[in-house]
Design a protein around this ligand. Structure first.
Ligand SMILES: [Zn+2]
Ligand SMILES: [Zn+2]
Length: 187
């Protein structure tokens, strides 16, 4: 079991995680089958167990050749997103095991497009965190960096900001989403 949120690094939009290693290995098999059904030549020597790596914070997965077998690795934080997107990430890595696909060259792209067209994946050379349904911790603003809060006088909603912005200069010219007037609070 993986509790990505407990580490405070990432969580999906719905705030839930769950995907055990058995399920992930089943998905691996299924996605290999999907590729083979499209006549994509996935080699036989793909290790049947996906490695879940808790360390990477940015990459989603990788495909390594070790002891004559391809090993698919998925970063643990990825498990926080939904299954369809996890499948797409696994598919991305499986394609790297195919001959002439170690990079994101023409052949890899051709296979990726086939998979996308047939199974509605969104396999790309590089996907953003947002595209795979994850929110990057770095993009969140940590509480100690907040220098200003724009607060709505009507609904009480707070808009934390790290820097002084032009909205703050002319705060009376702006309104909250609810239509309420705004107040600037310095921390
Ligand atoms: Zn890749
Ligand atoms: Zn408001």
């Amino acid at each position: 079991m993986f509790y990505v949120e407990q580490k405070g690094f990432l969580q999906n939009k719905k705030g839930k995680t769950a995907m055990d290693s058995e399920r992930i290995n089943t998905i691996l098999k299924e996605v290999i089958k999907e590729a083979q059904d499209l006549k994509i030549p996935v080699p036989k020597n793909v290790n049947g167990k996906i490695t879940i790596n808790p360390r990477p914070k940015k990459r989603f997965g990788c495909c390594k050749l070790k002891d004559r077998e391809f090993h698919i690795e998925i970063s643990e934080f990825v498990l926080a997103t939904d299954e369809k997107k996890i499948r797409g990430i696994i598919a991305h890595e499986i394609l790297h095991a195919c001959k002439g696909c170690q990079n994101h060259g023409v052949r890899w792209k051709e296979y990726a497009e086939k998979m996308n067209a047939r199974y509605d994946y969104n396999i790309k050379r590089v996907s953003s965190f947002q595209e795979v349904g994850l929110e990057a911790e770095q993009e969140k603003t940590s509480a100690d960096k907040i220098k200003y809060i724009i607060k709505c006088q009507k609904c009480g909603r707070e808009y934390p900001r790290q820097r002084f912005t032009c909205v703050m200069k002319k705060i009376n010219a702006y309104r909250c989403q609810c239509g309420g007037k705004l107040t600037l609070i310095r921390k």
